[in-house]
Design a protein around this ligand. Sequence first.
Ligand SMILES: Nc1nc2c(ncn2[C@@H]2O[C@H](COP(=O)(O)OP(=O)(O)OP(=O)(O)O)[C@@H](O)[C@H]2O)c(=O)[nH]1
Ligand SMILES: [Zn+2]
Length: 617
Amino acid sequence: MTAVVHSAPPLAHLPAATIRSQVTVPLRFPDGYRTSADVMTFHGLADGREHLLLALGEWEDGLLDGAKIPLVRLHSECMTGDVFGSERCDCGPQLREAVERIASTGGFLLYLRQEGRGIGLYPKLDAYALQDEGLDTYDANLALGHGEDERDYTAAAQMLHALGAPTVRLLSNNPDKAAQLAARGIAVTEKIPTGVHVSEANSRYLAAKRDRTGHTLELSPAGVVPPAKGAAGRVPDHAEMLARVEAMIPGLRARAEETEGLRRLPGLTVQALQEAGVFGMLAPVAVGGYGMGARAYGESVRVLATGCASTAWTAGHLAEHAWMLARWPRTVQDEVFAGGQVPLAAATSAPVGAARKVPGGYAISGHWSFASGIMHSRWALLAVQLGGVRLQALVPVADLELLDAWHTDGLRGTGSNDLRADGLFVPDHRVADWALLSGPDNPGSLVHRDPSIHTPMATLLNLVAPAVALGSAEYALELFRNQLLAPKERNGVAVRPADSVLAQARYARASGAVATAQLHWQAALSLPAAGGDAAGLSEGQRASFRLALALSAEAAQEAVRLAVAGSGGSVHRLSHPLQRIQRDVSVLANHPTLGIDPILEQAGRGLLGLGITTRSF
Ligand SMILES: Nc1nc2c(ncn2[C@@H]2O[C@H](COP(=O)(O)OP(=O)(O)OP(=O)(O)O)[C@@H](O)[C@H]2O)c(=O)[nH]1
Ligand SMILES: [Zn+2]
């Protein structure tokens, strides 16, 4: 690579800049995300340009006295990407991501006026024209007589020094940014990669960044998002499916904190799920899925949760919704499964919107909450009421208003935001009777041969929360064990927490709770209700299924509580997975499919032969 060599000014000669002004600016992004920035300007910046520093989150709190290290991003101006949403690069999504991540931990976004990697806007557009003729992003610069990358970060270092922040955690994939800052007296204690925002239009650009300038970008080999079909392009069996999701665990763990910060799944996670065929696991084989049943599905979600609960929850629901789409009449299936892609759809039930019949379709209005997976979906399945009948309406997400409402303490990465519509027209063929779709003889069951097409919708829906709770508890126990066995130094002597009798007893109790959760889970999966054949099930059998799932989740939550209680104060750091698991599991416990009181009531009725009174139980 032909690097432009920037010789760093010797530190003593780095001219001092001073803060010129500071003003608060409330920010609102097109997707509804809001925060507030303290925007600073400077005197004495080396290149004389109008660079900005946006201080975000709780930056006055500990960041400047060295108690905490600020998260910092150097963002180079990109008018096409930042302002107009160009898909040729990843700048717009990176900027949006950076603001939210920095605001959530406290830190600084430096908006540097280095358009086009320092060559300027017109030359960048000329470089785009050359790229359309086959040159990559770096060669195009060279062909125009510029350096590959002409950016100099002296002004950035000056701004950080002026602020009194000589030590930073750097949000970037670009090794040159960290190197230049270090050469200018800014200590980079950690290099944190940004999410990978890949699209069809920017995949070549990202691949060039990875291959030519050593950016830390994990892309699939060709740099493009692969089709939704499984990596091997054939239907895996249960064991292979589990092996595929197990292989994802290290990556999910590494990205769990980032997932929370983003409040949706990172691009890399969506890509990995797609490659493993997770979204199509339940969808029938004829439409490009794997046609799997409750057991493979429940176990896969459980394994994913040993990596990241938000990912397991989102993937579990997206897989289930693709299967729900296969229950619709053929016209809709031809539309949503076109091109062999497994469609991503969010689905919401309560609170229910309203439908009104109009010529050729329905006008629907409502405000729906908890739309898990909506941030990755093209479609939404919405519950609407017409008179006394409950319907499901299939709507392109683009037609809905997306409200940024998912600000929660747990399962943050699921991005379960709200949706709103006001008199939206939905054609007749995209509206169907809920009871018909959710039952065993749904329209899709006339089209597909896969046995799971007959499984009642509620059976699979009821599996997700307990699967995630169990996988989370299993991960928590693993963390607890590692914590107890890791030697610690006390007064110059190495001791292991595990050698304390109390710790041993606590670990035994937590292991017992996980074992209880596992036993109830296995019992639920081997009950006839999990087989998917709703016809002929006794009420006692239905009751046992829901009861076993609820008791499994209850034991899982108890195991997590014990692991947290026994692991000491350090687990409450936001970077520690145990505190996240505890928050995630407590959100799960409040989900309608796990709400223990109504389950105990209905299960009791079923087991006593008094008759179950809740229809979807
Ligand atoms: N010359 C040129 N500049 C480009 C092209 N595509 C994007 N840019 C510019 O590249 C810069 C993007 O910089 P950053 O977002 O800081 O990205 P980076 O250097 O890859 O580093 P990180 O995002 O931190 O990993 C912006 O100034 C864009 O205008 C291109 O094809 N040619
Ligand atoms: Zn850009």
